[in-house]
Design a protein around this ligand. Sequence first.
Ligand SMILES: Nc1ncnc2c1ncn2[C@@H]1O[C@H](COP(=O)(O)OP(=O)(O)OP(=O)(O)O)[C@@H](O)[C@H]1O
Ligand SMILES: [Mg+2]
Length: 282
Amino acid sequence: MIAMKGTPAVKGFTIVVAGKGGTGKTLVSSLLVREQRKHGAVLAIDADPDANLPETLGVLAERTVGQAREKVLDYKTRRNETSTITAEQQFEQHLMESIVEEEEFDLLVMGRSEGEGCYCAVNHILRGIIDTQALNYPTVVIDSEAGLEHISRRTARDVDVMLVVTDASARGLNTARRVAELATELRVDFGRLLVLVNKITEQTQKIVEQHAEEAGLELVGFLPFDQQVVENDALGRPIWDLPDDQPVVRAAREVFSKLDAIREEKLVAVSQGAKGSPPSRG
Ligand SMILES: Nc1ncnc2c1ncn2[C@@H]1O[C@H](COP(=O)(O)OP(=O)(O)OP(=O)(O)O)[C@@H](O)[C@H]1O
Ligand SMILES: [Mg+2]
């Protein structure tokens, strides 16, 4: 088990960051890690096979969960059935080795797993991690791969907030709308589905507001296009290099403060005894 960090009021408040490619999911995920530390340690999970959350958080992830699974498969093939350590115990051990531990956050990179049925398996593991390990942290932030597949694979069921990132483009908003539709269709329980518009400029904000309203999407807020983000990226600098008063950081702090109310609601629900009984999905 991952050691319990602090004594959180709410356990495993889980935010999944989704959306169209290149809209800023990884930036938003790293800003979430940065800003949600105020509630205690954050578990950051990079669920994009093309993982770049580690660089954005300025850490090196040498092992992935996908590799851990392969090691266990390998072990199963090589060892005979009389072994005293089960494959699950082996996997748990490798999983623990995959965690990058920092002072205020831990990071797990899902990676990809080669071989048969690999994708489903990694997704299955991710669900398991959300269900169990997540409870050791006040907050879990999951940076997902672009598009809708992970939602149809139901990787991200029963999370507290599905934060869909879009840019001002009509296509970005379309993806956001499809995420919402798919969630309803598949009866995936996202506590809340919120749309965050990134890379906004004075000219585009009004247009997006209108489009979102027409599409019936709830906008949680806007992050400005910030030249410093582009420069930071070009230089390979982590999120921590941006000062607290950087426009994009300030805007993120304001937007994310709206998540505190949702966290509060969860706390009330848990203390009223709803704990451990997920909503029925018919
Ligand atoms: N607010 C912003 N201002 C300026 N540039 C930004 C902003 N947000 C993101 N970018 C830039 O846009 C690009 C894509 O951002 P990011 O990698 O976070 O998107 P993503 O949705 O995670 O992409 P992918 O789908 O490839 O994982 C990066 O080059 C990043 O620096
Ligand atoms: Mg990304």
